[in-house]
Design a protein around this ligand. Structure first.
Ligand code: HEM
Length: 307
């Protein structure tokens, strides 16, 4: 049978709901998980038929501890661990617990809402929702910081090449490592910078989204540190979010990768710095509140586990 992957290679859409759920203690979660596997397959198939132009999908990722608790196959995907914090001199990429992650995308909010509601119906009895972020496309795909986010993502066949596990872990081929962080921005401090200063933080020009020449780009700019070479890429699906009442404006960082070590290297460059101490200036305006690693199995595996 051919490998049928979850939708980890698609581009961002207009609306997204990100959800993280943790299983309650002392609950038999296996039966509910089987139902959930079936539901995720059903939601994707149904969306493809009912709303083909909306590019709607729901991707489910599973954390390390949940994988063990659910007694999913061993050996585990080679790099599936509990994310260990990356501690730099000034900033830390924190680690937070997550059993299941849902990445729901569609062009309309209604589809996202209904998918999230169906998942909640199944999970509610045995798990607690610990994170829910509603992301939206901000103008021409800009982050809340005002810069276009996603330009240097892999395109075409490279999305599969960099976003999915390949032959080096044959059992999990077609799966993907999913790493997420919820960042809150200090917009007051950010807006205190001139456009020229902001551009030096990112390493690109704000209005036209053009990359700075290497001799102009500061070594502590975001893209100078996040770019770790043409052979080490990830598929980013970041979405902005914002709430006026809580004054929480942020970026939900989400990456799909064939190897987690690639993401880890980017985080090391950003938080510890390259060389150490030369950390990513974007972090002076962005605080990582969460950080969790999941594994996204193929639909074939979900089908097997759905009983
Ligand atoms: C505060 C959260 C973040 C924001 C607002 C943000 C925003 C951006 C922006 C505006 C760009 C330039 C346009 C583009 O190519 O997409 C960019 C590039 C990039 N970011 Fe981030 N980013 C964030 C966090 C991260 C993290 C945590 C990683 C990796 C672990 C990362 C990896 C990258 C990579 C690989 C590039 C492309 C670099 C290149 O090849 O030019 N970003 N990001």
């Amino acid at each position: 049978m051919s490998i049928d992957s979850q939708n980890v290679t698609d581009y961002t859409n207009n609306n997204t709901i990100f959800m993280v759920w943790n299983f309650k203690d002392d609950m038999d979660v296996k039966a509910v998980f089987s139902k959930l596997c079936k539901l995720v397959i059903n939601l994707n198939n149904s969306a493809n038929v009912r709303f083909p132009v909306s590019r709607a999908s729901c991707v489910m990722g599973i954390g390390h501890d949940a994988w063990l608790r659910l007694q999913l196959p061993a050996p585990l995907p080679k790099e599936l661990v509990n994310f260990a914090p990356v501690i730099g001199e000034r900033h830390t990429a924190v680690s937070s617990k997550g059993d299941l992650h849902f990445h729901i995308r569609a062009d309309t909010t209604s589809i996202c809402y209904d998918m999230a509601a169906e998942i909640t119906n199944v999970l509610d009895a045995v798990a607690v929702s610990v994170e829910e972020v509603h992301g939206f496309r901000y103008w021409d795909s800009r982050s809340i910081l005002g810069f276009v986010d996603g330009t240097e993502n892999p395109h075409g066949p490279d999305r599969e090449l960099f976003g999915m596990v390949g032959d080096d872990d044959a059992t999990y081929k077609g799966g993907s490592y999913l790493f997420v962080q919820k960042y809150i921005h200090n917009l007051t401090a950010w807006k205190g910078l001139s456009t020229e200063q902001q551009e030096k933080v990112i390493g690109r020009y704000k209005s036209n989204d053009i990359e700075m020449a290497d001799e102009v780009k500061p070594s502590n700019s975001h893209i100078a540190l996040a770019n770790i070479g043409d052979d080490l890429k990830i598929v980013r699906d970041n979405m902005p979010f914002g709430s006026m009442s809580t004054n929480e404006m942020g970026t939900y960082f989400i990456a799909y990768a064939g190897t987690f070590s690639t993401v880890q290297k980017m985080l090391t460059n950003m938080f510890i710095g390259s060389p150490a101490g030369n950390y990513d200036r974007i972090l002076d305006f962005s605080t990582a509140k969460t950080g969790t690693l999941f594994f996204v199995p193929t639909f074939n595996m979900l089908d097997e586990w759905s009983g």
